[in-house]
Ligand binder design. Sequence first.
Ligand SMILES: Cc1ncc(COP(=O)(O)O)c(C=O)c1O
Length: 363
Amino acid sequence: MMNEIISPVQIKVEPVESSRIHEVDFENLVFGEKFSDHMFVMEYEDGSWKEPVIKPYGQIQISPALNTLHYGQAIFEGMKAFYKDENTINIFRPDVHHERLNNTARRMIIPETDYDTFITALEELLKLDYKWVPKKPGTALYIRPLIFASADLLAARSSDKFSYYIITSPVGAYYAEGFNPVKLTTTHEYVRAVEGGTGEAKTAGNYAASFLPARKAAQEGYTQVLWLDAKEHKYVEEVGTMNIHFLIGNTLVTPGLFGSILPGVTRRSVITLAKEWGYNVEERRISIDEVFDAHEKGELKEVFGSGTAAVISPVGLIHHKGKTIHIGDDKIGPVAKKLFDSITDIQYGRKEDTYGWVHSVKV
Ligand SMILES: Cc1ncc(COP(=O)(O)O)c(C=O)c1O
């Protein structure tokens, strides 16, 4: 079927000769291991982004002197598209993801990209690869835009050439057998980000630096690290790939955005819904001691993470300095569940999107 949106951007399309889709076991999708037939590519050189093209997904040739490999001038986004019906694929909040991509680009002095090219590229990719959008409940097509320094340059300074790719990957349901509350631990040995650093940017180095503490936490039986602020080791920040929320009494407390936390798109959606449902919503500093005190007083009703991958992830346990608190009998709480249901209902088009969060693509 033809696209109904008249696009202002012309993207050259080189379609695959034969699809690889038969190689994919859609019943057993593992996150981020299979890539759809096509990818978007655009190069930046001599001060401007050049002709965009969509071509078969495949290997790229790089030199060992590639600036990114040495200095990590690389940024990305993570978002999802959902199967609504045989003619419609829903992309969740592409405008907000693109805004964050540009915010990240500015921090890493990577040239910004325009929204028209971004959304046209996504529409074209989905029209070509709509069969790669899995249909089972809970599944989605994960979309990964990335931009990296592509000059061959060993000097430790910004590149003047960049490559912009968008690749997509069918992903399975995050909760195959119901919600599994995660176990979090704080760490005093490491920090993730500090105000003035790159914490609020979605840039490669933030993740590389978190792998060792994450591995140590896993070896101790925890799912993830619950990051505290880098200066005082006192205030709660976020988790590896999700933001965190605390329901204390009737108040939903979410760590505020002061520069070291990634401003999550799901976080923003959670805050909007909670406000609309009449909860007191506070974005502010919250200390780990306040969380433990609230638990002691019986006021800590729920703790959950929010992020593109799981949408809402209940937290069943927090460990801090030798003490452990258990939250919610290892089950998802009613507010977390209602948020999960409401956001996924909008994503799959099961309920009307009164917020304008979904960008529907006719395929
Ligand atoms: C460090 C970090 N925090 C939070 C999030 C959640 O953000 P979003 O809801 O936009 O996926 C992510 C995932 O992208 C992340 O990598």
